[in-house]
Design a protein around this ligand. Structure first.
Ligand code: FAD
Length: 447
């Protein structure tokens, strides 16, 4: 009887799913373990709610990949310390390889006083909330009418879009360490909030920082031409920018709620060809009701891989191959050795870097490394593989986990699609795990 490999992939976002396809194409079987009931990761729960074409296109691709009989999907299963399944459980069961594609689930803080005040949030939590991911879907966010968003990448634009177009709040102030030319958002993404830009304030703001920008050789006339448009902000909702400012303190009112953000004003210096912000010691206050950090995320240390400064540690060695295997190998710095048979890819390898296409490419390159590793190893008989899958299911059963299979996901999605049609919208999601599990149970019971 021919032997096959059995690989555990942890996380069914774009990296995990496209990676799974590469493993299955090489003939391996995959157990795909996913924290969320539904697959897709940030493609399902991150990409902005109204990007219908992109979301439906990705869902279709993911469904096709999961339909491969070599892929065994187990949703509603978290892996990590104190979770339903630990990395040690998987190692003990003895799979051919373990691939961690769990994204970047840890949150970064600035470590400034007042950060624990009511009304300070991480962008990811907010994004999960408006994309209906349990339990964030049910969390109450105290937004108020004026919000400071820290950071100026595409996630800032998404949050601004939600606040201005959907929550219809009065004012969004984007707080950025550096100047307009150092923006990280794409102009095409920005179009959804551009109509709210407070052009008068924008002009004043650029004039305010004129000396600092000219000091690093930036052309003010060109900046004004690019960043200051004509007209009043639409519907009186204002989008403003505070450049060259680093948050230093969240000031709370006597109920512990955000009242203002204190910032230190920066100057710009050129360092190795890069424009870098440097504090001037001068402080200012921005009156807001809420502060949202859109400064990127870090990986989740509780997953159980060696962790340092927000990332999983990978093999510092440079191996002579393309892709470089070392980049995908978790590495124990204390023992100075790689964790044999374990790999990381996607945002778990490179937190908060790139679009879906980047995560896909990273996973595909990583799985080339994994497939190479497996080609030198002996696989398992079908009986051995079944026993290993049973062992995983046995642990989950003992812990009382309601495991969700790909057939269950299909049932759930068909009910959600039905509901969307009834409501005449393109998308509908149940917002708690209990609702989703109940719908699956009821439909199965009804046959
Ligand atoms: C706000 C926002 C908007 C974006 N918009 C776009 C866009 O418009 N277009 C675009 O191309 N890209 C967009 N991106 C980028 C894109 O979402 C990412 O590139 C991509 O999703 C990263 O894929 P990943 O699989 O590495 O991680 P993720 O998508 O985060 O997937 C991780 C998966 O792992 C699972 N998981 C987590 N922890 C565990 C655990 N302990 N055990 C088991 N499973 C676990 C999660 O349930 C999830 O399914 C956006 C990102 C953000 C944050």
């Amino acid at each position: 009887m021919s032997k096959q490999h059995l690989v555990a992939v942890i996380g069914a976002g774009p990296a995990g799913i496209y990676g799974t396809r590469k493993l299955a194409e090489a003939g391996h079987r995959v157990v795909l373990l996913n924290r969320d009931i539904k697959p897709g990761g940030l493609a399902e729960y991150g990409i902005f709610v109204d990007k219908e074409k992109m979301k439906t296109g990705l869902r279709k691709q993911f469904k096709k990949i999961l339909s491969d009989p070599k892929v065994f999907y187990l949703g509603h299963v978290s892996v990590g310390h104190d979770q339903a399944l630990t990395l040690a459980d998987l190692k003990q069961i003895g799979l051919s390889a373990i691939v961690v594609t769990a994204g970047a689930q840890g949150t970064k803080k600035l470590g400034i006083p007042g950060e624990e005040s009511v009304g300070v949030y991480h962008a990811k939590d907010v994004v999960y909330h408006y994309n209906s991911l349990p339990p964030f879907s049910q969390r109450n966010f105290e937004i108020g009418r004026r919000v400071a968003i820290i950071g100026m990448g595409n996630v800032m634009v998404d949050i601004g879009n939600w606040l201005l177009n959907h929550k219809k709040i009065d004012q969004v102030v984007v707080v950025a360490r550096r100047g307009p030319l150092e923006k990280a958002y794409d102009d095409s993404e920005f179009e959804v909030i551009e109509q709210y830009l407070d052009n008068l304030e924008m002009k004043k703001e650029i004039e305010r920082i004129r000396p600092q920008l000219t000091a690093v050789g930036q052309n003010i006339d060109q900046i004004i031409e690019k960043f200051v448009k004509q007209g009043e902000p639409a519907e009186g909702r204002r989008l403003q920018f505070r450049y060259l400012c680093s948050p230093t303190k969240v000031i709370a009112d006597d109920r512990g709620r955000v009242a203002a953000l204190e910032v230190e004003e920066n100057e710009l210096i050129l360092q190795d060809g890069r424009t870098v912000a440097k504090g001037t010691g001068k402080h200012a206050q921005i009156e807001v009701d809420c502060v949202i950090y859109a400064i990127g995320d870090q990986v989740d240390a509780s997953l159980g891989l060696p962790f340092s400064r927000g990332v999983f540690v990978t093999n510092p060695g440079k191996l002579l191959a393309d892709p470089n295997p070392a980049a995908y190998q978790p590495y124990d710095p204390e023992a100075a050795r790689v964790l044999e048979g374990i790999y990381v890819a996607g945002w778990s390898r490179n937190a908060s870097v790139g679009l879906v296409g980047v995560a896909k490419q990273d996973a595909e390159r990583g799985m080339k490394v994994v497939n190479e590793y497996l080609s030198a190893k002996e696989g398992f008989t079908p009986g051995e593989m079944e026993a290993k899958i049973e062992a995983i299911l046995g642990i989950l059963d003992k812990k009382g986990v309601s495991v969700v299979t790909k057939e269950d996901v299909e049932i759930l999605e068909s009910v959600e699609n039905e509901e969307a049609r009834n409501r005449k919208t393109w998308d509908f999601k149940f917002i708690t795990d209990d609702q989703m599990l109940q719908v699956i149970r009821e439909r199965k019971a009804a046959g």
